[in-house]
Design a protein. Structure first.
Length: 198
């Protein structure tokens, strides 16, 4: 027995299953992206902490250098607030602050790069999830179409069993007329004894 709807049903189920698999893959990729983004942001925070420590350490070294200069000047009976020794202290403070700001700037650049990378990773994960959802929705529409086709293919075929085409001569020498009326065979006519028909 032939079931014409079966191929449509199989196609619909396969489409829905494939779409669901893509949906799950999108969710998985989003989870991976969120994990990677969180790791990258954690790295950015560590870079920030180290940069802040380096900046503070540079300022501390600057203060120590100035203190050493003042102690040396005082030991030599030099006025530590005026003259060349005062200028040296100002230069030391300026150079030290410039180095501290350079450290901060480099830290900001590295942190911003890591944060941008994390945001891109999150965006990639969201897009993967959206693509998976879209593929699943399309697969459901495809499955619905297959099921609709399956419903249309379940109409029974018209049976022609027991019909025999017979030819009768047309009047006035016209073309023969073919008939699809059921024809009784000779044995049926003899057995029935009834009206014989063609």
């Amino acid at each position: 027995m032939c079931y014409p709807a079966v191929p449509y049903i199989i196609a619909g189920v396969a489409a829905a299953a494939g779409g669901y698999q893509q949906y799950q893959q999108g969710k998985y990729e989003k989870g991976v992206s969120e994990y990677n983004a969180a790791t990258t942001k954690n790295d950015a925070q560590q870079v920030r902490n180290k940069g802040t420590e380096a900046e503070n350490a540079q300022r501390e070294r600057m203060r120590q250098m100035i203190s050493a200069q003042r102690v040396e000047a005082a030991a030599n009976n030099i006025n530590i607030n005026t003259g060349s020794i005062g200028q040296i202290q100002e230069d030391t403070a300026s150079l030290g602050e410039a180095d501290a700001l350079r450290i901060r700037n480099n830290t900001d650049l590295n942190v911003n790069a890591l944060n941008q990378s994390a945001e891109l990773e999150l965006s990639r994960g969201k897009n993967a999830e959206k693509s998976g959802k879209r593929a699943f929705q399309i697969s459901l529409l495809s499955a619905a179409g297959s099921m609709f086709s399956a419903g249309g293919s379940t109409k029974p075929a018209t049976s022609t069993a027991g019909l025999t085409a017979t030819t009768t001569a047309a009047p006035s020498g016209g073309a023969p007329i073919r008939s699809s009326q059921p024809t009784m065979n000779a044995n049926a006519r003899n057995a029935s004894g009834g009206t014989r028909w063609r």
